[in-house]
Design a protein around this ligand. Structure first.
Ligand SMILES: O=C1O[C@H](COP(=O)(O)O)[C@@H](O)[C@H](O)[C@H]1O
Length: 367
């Protein structure tokens, strides 16, 4: 393995990390939706958009999984003609032939009815615009990242266009959503339930009824990804606009563990079942390394003294092949790290950068 140096933004305090990560996410949102970071241009483009009829009337039922939402991705709505195993074998190079009747939203376009417009038929022109609407596709992790997002994003909601976000999960622990260990459950409680206004993101979480079967749960989540990323075009891998990862003291990222070598070498599957995880809930699902490395931006957020030893290995011993070192290499040029000084305390050989705020003025430090 060669040594690839990712961007490392360092912060004296935890609070600084949360503010900068929020700025980074909002900048990625603006870049994705408007292809610019210029606030004046963005304001103009938004004004233009507001003159057009709404493509996606605001929704209060914004959470998607195969079975938990009857207007979205239920198997019957999807009319999937392939079995899970067929999908698995085909998932290696999706041809987009799953079902032409499913549009970008995971909504059955055969019906010619939008789910939220009170049953009014939609015109062909509208349909075309709908399919080409740009959305911000972000995958988030659980663990400590959720608190960072709570602290960083919630005060910035005026800059966030929630209704244009598709939120996925980098991994999930297979526990009931009500458990504090559930990545979706905790994000819902700490972030999604705190969203102001009626413009909600679309959230793609696992099917809670499958938590006792990690293979089926992973296949099911992979199907969601296939329908959303590979239905229209033939794509080998989904591409998130931004993928946010943490890193645990034992070196696992998402639910990819250092000692699970076979999973780290997976080349084809998008989503993997995980059994016998050495820390936390044993059964999980996770995005694979190729999916993570294919993201437009991969961002690690790591803070706290307990992470100092692993940070040293990641940054100074890439040859050890920790999951994050594989990503540093595989997504070279698109990886950034947001780390506080505590977590960087044992790293002597890294070049730290000061984060430059792009979507708001830099916050003034409180003395
Ligand atoms: O188990 C998990 O751990 C990692 C790292 O969590 P952290 O609390 O140490 O930041 C997390 O990114 C992942 O989503 C989660 O399932």
């Amino acid at each position: 393995m060669t040594t690839t140096v990712p961007l490392i933004y360092s912060f004296p305090e935890f609070e600084g990390v949360a503010e900068a990560v929020a700025d980074h996410i909002i900048s990625a949102q603006n870049q994705t939706l408007y292809n610019t970071l210029d606030p004046q241009l963005i304001a103009l483009l938004k004004e233009e958009q507001s003159k057009r009829p709404s493509l996606f009337p605001s929704s209060s039922t914004a959470s998607f999984s195969h079975s938990s939402n009857n207007h979205s991705l239920s198997p019957s709505t999807l009319n999937l003609s392939l079995s899970t195993s067929q999908l698995n074998s085909q998932s290696k190079l999706y041809t987009g032939s799953l079902n032409n009747s499913i549009n970008n939203n995971g909504i059955n376009s055969n019906s010619d009815f939008s789910p939220n417009n009170g049953g009014t038929p939609i015109s062909k022109k509208e349909k075309k615009r709908k399919t080409s609407e740009v959305r911000f596709k972000i995958a988030i992790s659980g663990g400590s990242l959720i608190k960072i997002l709570n602290q960083g994003l919630l005060p910035r909601q005026e800059s966030i266009e929630w209704d244009k976000w598709d939120i996925y999960f980098a991994d999930e622990r297979l526990v009931p959503f009500e458990s504090k260990d559930s990545n979706y459950g905790e994000s819902k409680r700490q972030i999604f339930d705190q969203i102001k206004g009626d413009k909600k993101p679309r959230i793609f979480h696992i099917d809670e009824s499958l938590i006792d079967d990690n293979q089926e749960c992973a296949d099911d989540y992979e199907k969601i990804l296939i329908n959303n990323f590979a239905r229209k075009d033939s794509v080998k891998l989904p591409m998130f606009d931004l993928l946010l990862l943490g890193c645990a003291p034992d070196g696992h990222i998402a639910s990819l563990f250092p000692n699970h070598g076979e999973q780290l070498r997976e080349k084809l599957a998008w989503c993997l079942p995980v059994s016998k995880a050495p820390s936390g809930p044993e059964n999980r699902i996770t995005l694979s390394i190729p999916v993570i490395c294919h993201s437009a931006r991969v961002t690690f957020v790591v803070e706290g003294l307990t992470k100092a030893p692993i940070m040293r290995i990641i940054m100074e011993r890439p040859e050890k092949g920790l999951p994050s070192s594989i990503v540093n290499e595989g997504a070279a040029g698109r990886v950034s790290w947001f780390v506080d000084d505590d977590a960087l305390k044992d790293c002597y050989d890294v070049t730290k950068k000061k984060y430059k705020f792009l979507s708001i003025d830099e916050p003034t430090p409180v003395n």
